[in-house]
Design a protein around this ligand. Structure first.
Ligand code: GAL
Length: 322
């Protein structure tokens, strides 16, 4: 396993070929101090044994598939039930648990692998790559894939952001460019209904602290012990996270239709990087994605990737200090 460092004066990204993982993102805060704004592990064993998907590329299909099966072209494909009766984040051994091939670029690294036909139950040999480039203060993530059979594809990066470099993330201010979010059932699967955010704890149209309404008496928040929901994005400008403590801000743009806000509700209290104890709500995940369980909802954007068609998605994380 190899760690690659991509650096500009504004941003240093450390990425691993194991899981095409973002292991560290170093920026300078308002006091001139270097802060690492993502959680992770110091050892490869940490990544192998922990199932929090810290910083990893998640695939072939990120998020949940209800009933751990789907039907495509009239054929039913059973998948692993690794989240109760449902399928989560690509299965028992998802893209986060493989060593990818690496190609060094002038301003980044391109990780690739071929996910073989029927890997984790998904049809089609899928040639997939994730490219990380650093441009000034931005980490540009490019996802590309092509399959030789019709299949499903939904790739994301599962970074846990803490823009203060540690402690709780509940004081982080968050804005999400979404008028609605997908309602969850008790297993965190979309019911199919889109709920307008207006007048709910899910209204992040104007920036507010992540923790302001997280304890509200709200059925949706109770299900996941905090936010664990997909927001239907209104445009490329997806979200912005800001830590008043460090002054570090992160802006997210993407061409994907959704973003999962997950407030690290299930993060185990185990040591992460530099021995610092991780904790629930100690980070914010903003996973740009197709809608969860989209294969079972005809009115969600389709997660189907046709044979020979090019899957290309981009997400850009831009850091600055305010
Ligand atoms: C998130 C998901 C959570 C949880 C987490 C991993 O993306 O929405 O419910 O499974 O990953 O611990």
């Amino acid at each position: 396993v190899t760690l690659f460092e991509i650096s500009t004066p504004e941003l240093t990204a450390r990425v691993l070929d194991y899981g095409a993982t973002v292991q560290a993102l170093l920026v300078t805060d308002q006091d001139g101090k270097t802060v690492d704004v993502v959680l992770g592990h110091d050892t490869i064993e940490g990544y192998e044994t922990h199932d929090g998907y810290l910083g990893a590329c998640v695939g072939r299909v990120a998020n949940r598939i209800g009933g751990a099966e789907f039907t495509l072209n009239g054929k039913m494909y059973p998948l692993a039930k690794n989240d109760g009766q449902n399928h989560l984040h690509g299965g028992l051994r998802g893209f986060d648990k493989y060593v990818w091939d690496a190609e060094i670029l002038e301003d980044g690294v391109k990780f690739s692998r071929v996910s073989p036909d029927m890997e984790e139950g998904y049809p089609g040999n899928l040639a997939v790559s994730v490219t990380y480039r650093v441009e000034n203060g931005a980490l540009v993530i490019m996802y590309d894939a092509k399959s030789d059979r019709d299949t499903l594809c939904n790739l994301t990066n599962h970074s846990y952001f803490n823009l203060a470099g540690g402690g709780t993330a509940l004081a982080h201010e968050l804005r999400i460019n979404a008028e609605s979010f997908t309602e969850n059932d008790e297993n965190c699967l979309p019911t199919g209904r889109l709920i307008p955010v207006a007048g709910t704890p899910f209204d992040f149209r104007a920036a507010k602290p992540v923790g302001r309404d997280i304890g509200a008496d709200d059925g949706q928040l109770a299900i996941g012990h905090g936010y664990d929901h997909n927001f239907a994005l209104s445009g490329r400008d997806a979200a912005e996270l800001y830590s008043p403590e460090s002054g570090v801000a992160m802006n997210i743009t993407t061409d994907m239709p959704g973003v999962q806000l997950y407030t690290a509700n299930f993060l185990e209290r185990i040591p992460g990087k530099r021995g610092a104890l991780m904790e629930p709500h100690g980070a914010v995940c903003l996973e740009t994605q197709e809608f969860p369980d989209a294969v079972h909802h005809a009115d969600f954007p389709s997660p189907v990737l046709r044979a020979g068609a090019a899957y290309h998605r981009e997400t850009e994380l831009t850091f600055d200090v305010r």
